[in-house]
Design a binder for this molecule. Structure first.
Ligand SMILES: [Zn+2]
Length: 74
């Protein structure tokens, strides 16, 4: 993936959490089980341990940004 900010090639990797990887519109008081928060968006895929435990993420080491596509195989 090409970084949309600086146009450098991004490095593919993973963000993992045993409780699932989610985006939430509000900061959670308790980070555990954030997948169940109101309006949570699951970012991860099934890693055979957790259904939402591993998100594929692209890291731009040049401008220190990570992009996480979600909603299918990426
Ligand atoms: Zn960049």
């Amino acid at each position: 993936m090409i970084c949309p900010y600086c146009s450098n090639e991004m490095r593919k990797g993973y963000i993992q959490c045993r409780d699932g990887v989610s985006w939430t519109p509000k900061k959670q008081w308790v980070s555990a089980l954030s997948s169940f928060a109101k309006d949570a968006v699951a970012l991860g895929t099934d890693d055979k341990l957790m259904p939402n435990g591993t998100a594929i993420a692209y890291n731009c080491e040049n401008c220190k940004r990570v992009i996480i596509p979600y909603g299918g195989e990426n």
